[in-house]
Design a protein around this ligand. Sequence first.
Ligand SMILES: Nc1ncnc2c1ncn2[C@@H]1O[C@H](COP(=O)(O)OP(=O)(O)O)[C@@H](O)[C@H]1O
Ligand SMILES: [Mg+2]
Length: 486
Amino acid sequence: MSTPMEIAEQNPILEPAIHPPHDASMEVSHQNCSQPTIIAEQLGVGEPLAATDPPPPPPAPTPLHETKFLVSVEVCLKPSSTARLEDVQRAVERMLENRSMSYVDGLVLIPPHDLFLVENVQRICICDTEEWVKNNDVLLFWQVKPVVHAFQLTEEGPCEELGPDGQPSSFNEWILPAKEFDGLWESLIYESGLKQRLLRYAASALLFTQKGVNPNLVSWNRIVLLHGPPGTGKTSLCKALAQKLSIRCNSRYPHCQLIEVNAHSLFSKWFSESGKLVAKLFQKIQEMVEEDNNLVFVLIDEVESLAAARKAALSGSEPSDSIRVVNALLTQMDKLKSAPNVIILTTSNITTAIDVAFVDRADIKAYVGPPTLHVRYEILRSCVEELISKGIISSFQGCDGLSIPSFSSLKEKVNANELHDTDTNPWFCKQLVEAAKSCEGLSGRSLRKLPFLAHAALADPHSRDASNFLCAMIETAKREKSEHPE
Ligand SMILES: Nc1ncnc2c1ncn2[C@@H]1O[C@H](COP(=O)(O)OP(=O)(O)O)[C@@H](O)[C@H]1O
Ligand SMILES: [Mg+2]
């Protein structure tokens, strides 16, 4: 079976919007060229975008110590905090300036003597350093310019809009960043740099718009299409991307919404109402977009249902109303395209026959493939760590639960013949690799359910014995594959 990366590389539709992985040595950003307001810098994606920012200052010789990596630092405020985001941001910048620390992905301890931070900040997290370094290297403080993003999660759930006569709602709306999507981005694991590509794409799209690039000279739009088999995380990735961008772009766009269009409900039995529903929905979106400080994400999930309806209508096997709905939707999407502050996210479970109307409209079309061995191991590792941290299974000696080696560090250890020399429990890691192997063919969604099913299959659910648990997981994976081949 091909890996997602292999497929992605063979897939010509990916080409236009995807930047090849950058050589870390090239990814330095010259401080005197960058302006704090530009979105590329807000996203922490560095010079390639910042370099397009006119007018360039005279090329003064840059001392080595001023050439720095832009690293995103996300600061989540406590729900109780009433501090201004800018104040927290500055306080964290000052705190980081005063510390000679190394930069690796993960949490930064809040200094207990900094009462302002202690009172207002829930967590400080360094993100995406693997963009700049390979082989688990660390960045030292003098190599880094931290780009701090402070945010506070909204606690309200989605607000649902009911259709006429209490029919299923035609959309859900979230104010971002939402508590519901906290940690979603981090929980999604892909090997091919997919998440970074999507972030870079969004950064370029928003920057081009912000700078007023003439669309007749350079054409681009803000439509993303993720396609691939069911259960590979496409819907989650769209929501996570919206959440991420709402955090990273909040100094330019302090207000951010995600509208999830329920495509199925648009084809309800109230067909005659559907055209009106689409019009009403997009009128609402248009109103949001008119507010310059709003960034609006529109998620149209499973667009193949719209495309299929259109096709069926064309062949006469569906009421012609459905074609009106789809056409209304496409027309509205085209109208929205001219607004600078909207990003349309679409997904499709069908890889081959997506309606050309959608394919042509999307700028980035990324294939999201089934999880590779590496990804399966990482998903299971995160599940096992969670169960250990909650005391449902016990950790192994030497494996304290939060330090089960990652797939790449495990590979390095095996190559260097160090597996037995370190504090890693080799048997535990081997079993986890075995479990990941036995899950070949299962989707990410099934993988995340597997630990639960394995636990339910244990003879003694209170034993907490990790070896029994891993064996049960292997058995359950085999059973799942035979009972529900995906
Ligand atoms: N690559 C992955 N890494 C981690 N979790 C995944 C992955 N793929 C799928 N999942 C899990 O499966 C769940 C369901 O995915 P979903 O977004 O509904 O998939 P799709 O829209 O492709 O059908 C996700 O919330 C996530 O928990
Ligand atoms: Mg989905």
